[in-house]
Design a protein around this ligand. Structure first.
Ligand code: NAD
Length: 294
């Protein structure tokens, strides 16, 4: 069945850009957010802001969720009088939130019983990738549901591989963000060492980025948001803390011991006083901050 109207639930740093991209690419887009302050920027981007959640859940041909936590995804997917009551068509939910595979599998089964589908489709690429339609998405779910969602996935992303069954997208996203969390800590420490030993962070990064210590953190994030001192990537430290916690919970459930990652998690969880949840996550690589920040 053709998808003409897409409902986007969660119009924050990521969801607003995704909704704007879908509108620009010809979909009719209905947007909902708990915060009505998201209405004006949504309307300015060609998105119809709908103040009642069920009006989006009952009218859209497909849904995109961009929500902070798994509990928000669950609340929206199972909202009373919402998607679970609908029998007019199969609705595919593309959940782009970084969530946990257990909740995803449970919700996917519940929606399937009601004749719908939930794909875990977490994203990488930040608010600019969302606004430009160049995200990398990693999709878990049944092959036929992936095929159904293809036009929407293609509009939002440069790449959206189907990585496996329900929950597989969440797994690979948590693996990715565990690496990002660690790289931010180690890159910040390495640059602090460089400055303390007499070579500026700028000079060190320029060389590292042509050598073997480089990463997406040193190549993209550090020049753009750390050396510049702007710290405005649009991803909150609190959300990264959630990702690290979910990765460690997945490790415990899977029976693997990750000693270095556990220490990285302690550094993230223990740094709230100097890097509050509302601060930008790139603050973790702030080599100018004292050791006490970690
Ligand atoms: P955000 O906090 O900017 O936006 C979340 C939006 O959801 C807010 O506007 C909030 O009001 C709304 N919301 C919360 N609960 C709701 C509910 N029950 N119903 C409707 N709206 C609700 O967060 P974000 O940075 O856009 O991130 C969204 C998701 O994408 C998170 O899971 C995050 O981990 C993930 N993510 C973010 C980035 C990034 O760079 N910002 C990158 C990749 C993945």
């Amino acid at each position: 069945m053709e998808i003409q109207t897409v409902g986007v639930v969660g119009l924050g740093n990521m969801g607003l850009g995704m909704a704007a991209t879908l509108a620009r690419k010809g979909f009719r887009v209905l947007g909902y957010d708990l915060s009505e302050t998201r209405g004006a920027p949504a309307e300015a981007a060609g998105v119809t802001f709908v103040p009642v959640l069920n009006d989006v859940l009952l009218r859209a041909d497909a849904l995109v969720f961009s929500l902070p936590y798994a509990r928000d995804v669950e609340a929206v997917a199972t909202a009373e009088g919402g998607l679970l009551t609908r029998g007019d068509r199969k609705v595919v939910v593309i959940d782009t939130s970084t969530s946990d595979p257990g909740t995803t599998r449970r919700l996917a089964a519940r929606l399937a019983e009601a004749g719908h589908a939930l794909l875990d489709a977490p994203v990488s690429g930040g608010p600019s990738g969302a606004a430009e339609g160049t995200l990398t998405m990693m999709v878990g779910g049944a092959e036929e549901d992936y095929a159904l969602a293809r036009p929407v996935l293609a509009a939002m992303s440069s790449r959206a591989p189907h990585v496996g069954p329900s929950g597989a997208g969440n797994i690979v996203k948590l693996v990715n963000n565990l690496l990002v969390a660690a790289h931010l800590v180690t890159t910040g420490e390495a640059l602090r060492l460089s400055e303390a030993a007499g070579l500026s962070a700028e000079e060190a990064v320029a060389v590292v980025n042509t050598a073997t210590g480089r990463s997406a953190i040193s190549e993209v994030m550090v020049p753009r948001w750390v050396l510049s001192g702007t710290f405005d990537s649009g991803f909150a430290a609190g959300l990264m803390r959630k990702d690290v916690r979910l990765a460690l919970e997945l490790a415990a459930e899977s029976g693997v011991d990750l000693p270095l990652s556990s220490h990285v998690a302690q550094i993230w969880q223990g740094s709230r006083e100097t890097i509050p949840d509302s601060a930008d996550f790139t603050r973790m690589a702030d080599y100018r901050a004292g050791k006490e920040s970690l």
